[in-house]
Design a protein around this ligand. Sequence first.
Ligand code: FAD
Ligand code: DHB
Length: 393
Amino acid sequence: MRTQVVIIGAGPAGLLLSRLLWREGIDHVVLERRSRAYVESRIRAGVLEPGTVDLLMAAGVADRMHREALTHDGFHLVFDGRYAHIDLKELAGSPVTVYGQTEITQDLIAACLGTDTKLVFEAEGVTPCDFAGANPRVTYAKGGQTHEILCDFIAGCDGFHGVCRASVPPGAMTLYERVLPFGWLGMLTETPPVEDELIYVRHERGFALCSMRSKTRSRYYLQVPDSDSAEAWSDERFWEELRRRIPGSAADRLITGPALEKSIAPLRSFVAEPMRFGRLFLAGDAAHIVPPTGAKGLNLAAADAGAMAQGLAAYYGSSDGAPLETYSETRLRHVWRAERFSWWFTSMTHRFEGDAFARRLQQAEFDAVASSRAFRTALAENYIGVFRNGSPS
Ligand code: FAD
Ligand code: DHB
């Protein structure tokens, strides 16, 4: 079999790329290791930047999002009980959209399946081959049969633990990494959110985040040691700990209920440079990871997919290879800006065991944000990913 692009991985990056390529009439195949049910039920991110919303509209998958998503003009930052409100709309010119990654994935899969796109779930042993040269191929097995697809390009959208980056010759990419000694324990519940907007909380016992998926569904997170397991946290223990970390007024309003899902996500910063090798291009978590505090992971993955689709459209549409050639360089500028922001926001809001200096710095950072409009504007612009007060990106 022959196609133009093989996309490895059906997460947000791979699925969005597929929809954007389909709109450009670029022939492609998507290979996913997991089942459709597994991919559609994975609970992850929930905050969309305006640029991500635009891409979902361009991909033709925004109808349900427009009907069901929440629009948030700002969020709250709470530091040892003191509130600072970050008015995103006023400071940076745009709200954010609250709509779960799970919903986006479902919308994208439904859109793919409504067309002639070849989307293969439970593809085993997916292997990108010969991508250093002009004739890449991808092999995989399904239902006991092996398959080979010849292609022009391979899009590595297979997440942090995927096969694509791991297939690049050692030394061809420089890997930058910092692993944090804690994770986020997330819990999803069918309960009304404690507040209309998100609350990011820095507390002596550790970070907490009150988020949501709808007006009746909440998503809460607690900073926990990386040695913890989700099984060690009963629902009661989670609620009790959350109540201790959030402000008293919010704790009084908190409505509790049974967990629909509970899991721990490790926190790390990671970048692989460049984001390509030969005819293999990486997008999303396959190329970079941010700690989740700035809600950047999904948004970066979507922006990578948008840039890669543009590059491929120029290559096939007008024989212009330049956007693909500069894909990595262009995306890395944005990636590092998001890495910096996510690192800063994490450093300011999390508990670092036994580091009194870090603790005082956090206080100084919060004071700067609370007292300076310029600091709040920088925070707001980074959060929504639009820099109207800075130089053009
Ligand atoms: P992924 O979503 O990881 O998708 C990659 C896909 O590739 C998967 O479907 C995987 O099954 C498939 N795959 C992997 N290996 C292979 C293979 N060998 N062959 C074929 N297919 C393969 N971000 C936030 O902003 N906020 C959050 O709260 C948040 N929580 C997170 C919680 C967890 C546990 C994790 C892991 C991430 C979280 N993120 C969060 C980050 C965000 O979800 C990711 O940045 C986003 O999913 C990246 O999308 P992606 O398509 O690049 O990768
Ligand atoms: C969510 C996750 C984040 O990392 C974040 O910064 C905000 C919200 C969420 O899952 O709802």
